[in-house]
Write a protein that binds this ligand. Structure first.
Ligand SMILES: O=P(O)(O)OC[C@H]1O[C@H](OP(=O)(O)OP(=O)(O)O)[C@H](O)[C@@H]1O
Ligand code: HPA
Ligand SMILES: [Mg+2]
Length: 187
């Protein structure tokens, strides 16, 4: 673990891409869509730690159908802005999902490496169905072909923080989604 952190950039100085109000509105709309599509069924939401924790917490509270949640943890970015390409499973699901309707929940779909790896892994468990919900989709950066079924916002190729998303583990608790400047001092 390095303690040599880059200089702290106050999040309030960063450009807002989506305000907390805009996020809340889209998350509610997604919850409604999911509730309608899975009416009368039970679903398992699988959040991808750590980034998806906040989106999953809000999404689960906007879903009216019977639902449970679980988490997996993977990592590929570490402290970098660019994916290393190698996705590593750090924590598997706690409960079996065979025969269940599963939605993988992510904060951001970027190169697609994380979700395509996880989708393959989850399919081995033979769920009844498997869909993907992501708060953000950055389609320009895709390295592997993968699309989400539920998306709050499509975004251009900027590095964003907040609403669960980090830069060097910071800023996950920032309520808006903001653009991390390219060359802040010390970065
Ligand atoms: O589509 P990709 O290029 O794979 O990028 C998306 C993934 O990268 C980030 O997670 P990260 O591995 O940095 O860990 P974190 O969730 O703990 O921030 C993000 O939360 C997604 O899980
Ligand atoms: O833009 C991003 N921000 C934070 N984490 C990320 N992981 C992939 N893309 C991003
Ligand atoms: Mg993540």
């Amino acid at each position: 673990m390095s303690t040599n952190l880059p200089e702290f950039v106050p999040p309030g100085t960063m450009e807002v891409l989506f305000s907390k109000e805009q996020i809340a509105e889209r998350v509610r709309a997604l919850g409604k869509e999911i509730s309608e599509e899975y009416a009368g069924q039970a679903i398992v939401l699988i959040g991808v730690l750590k980034g998806a924790a906040i989106f999953l917490a809000d999404l689960a509270r906007s879903i009216e159908v019977d639902n449970t949640f679980d988490f997996v943890a993977v990592s590929s970015y570490g402290r970098a802005r660019v994916s290393s390409g190698a996705v590593k499973l750090i924590k598997d699901i706690d409960n079996p999902i065979e025969g269940k309707h599963v939605i993988l929940v992510e904060d951001i779909l970027d190169t697609g490496l994380t979700l395509s790896y996880l989708r393959g892994l989850m399919l081995q468990h033979k769920p009844a169905s498997l869909k993907i919900a992501t708060c953000l989709d950055k389609p320009e950066r895709r390295l592997v072909p993968i699309e989400a079924d539920y998306v709050c916002f499509k975004i251009p190729n900027s590095f964003v923080i907040g609403y669960g998303m980090d830069y060097a583990e910071r800023y996950r608790g920032v309520e808006d989604i903001r653009i991390m400047p390219e060359n802040p001092p010390g970065h």
